[in-house]
Design a binder for this molecule. Structure first.
Ligand code: 1PX
Length: 211
């Protein structure tokens, strides 16, 4: 992972994450999140409680990916099949498998919806658009529904520290604003597709509310 964030690399990782049969490769899904974490870190310390949580979830998944059962964790589909068949998932309340791959990935999956909604707002925003408003609207429509009051408050404070639209576009390292908007237009259908495939898989297996 390079130090400087680039939107292009996020796009590449999500593109690489889809197999020909539309399975999602864990390795690239995680790499996409790592890129996003590096972006968030470049925005300042206010976001560190968020990035710490993402990093710890990435770590859990990476441990599965390099562990003795790594061949079962190549795609999200193979992970779900393996963990369910071997009863490695706490389905209704947290018990002996509090950090299953399925529940850990579900947290990132929910956050991917936030990202999709936020980037779509950013893409279609006008020059005077406020990133804090775009972020919190996207948050309220997605992740907030899964977060307790205290977290929602802390997240609200972090949103106020977000840089403006211009800085955001610059930090994405994807050229001038028109080029960023074009790249966002290219990235969003991919992110949406990865999101939808995961959502359908989790819905089919009744995994959308894992504790
Ligand atoms: C191209 C530019 C895009 C910007 C990239 C920014 C990436 C942000 C990624 C945020 C990912 C958040 C993952 C949260 C996972 C989660 O829901 N965790 C909670 C539940 O976990 P648990 O193990 O207890 O069941 C956990 O309680 C979370 C705590 C931290 C708060 C997470 C708030 C997420 C707000 C999302 C908005 C981020 C704004 C960043 C601005 C760039």
């Amino acid at each position: 992972m390079a130090d400087t964030f680039s939107l292009e690399r996020v796009l590449e990782t999500f593109r690489s994450s889809l197999s020909e049969t539309k399975e999602v490769y864990m390795k690239y899904y995680i790499a996409g999140w790592q890129e996003l974490v590096s972006f968030m870190n470049s925005l300042g310390n206010v976001f560190s409680f968020i990035s710490k949580d993402v990093v710890s979830k990435i770590q859990i998944l990476e441990n599965f990916l390099s562990g003795e059962n790594r061949s079962c964790y190549v795609t999200i589909q193979s992970m779900v099949k393996y963990e369910l068949e071997n009863e490695l998932v706490d389905l209704t309340k947290r018990g002996s498998h509090p950090e299953s791959g399925c529940r850990t990935l579900l947290r990132l999956h929910r956050a991917l919806l936030w990202l999709e909604l936020f980037l779509e707002r950013l893409r279609t925003s006008k020059e005077d658009g406020k990133t804090s408003v775009m972020c919190s609207e996207a948050y309220n429509e997605s992740l907030a529904q899964h977060h307790p009051w205290l977290i929602r408050k802390a997240v609200g404070v972090a949103f106020c520290a977000l840089p403006g639209r211009d800085t955001f576009f610059d930090v994405m390292n994807a050229g001038d604003h028109t080029q960023v908007v074009a790249l966002l237009g290219e990235s969003l259908p991919l992110i949406a597709e990865v999101y939808q495939i995961t959502e359908d898989l989790y819905a089919k297996n009744n995994l959308l509310e894992l504790p």
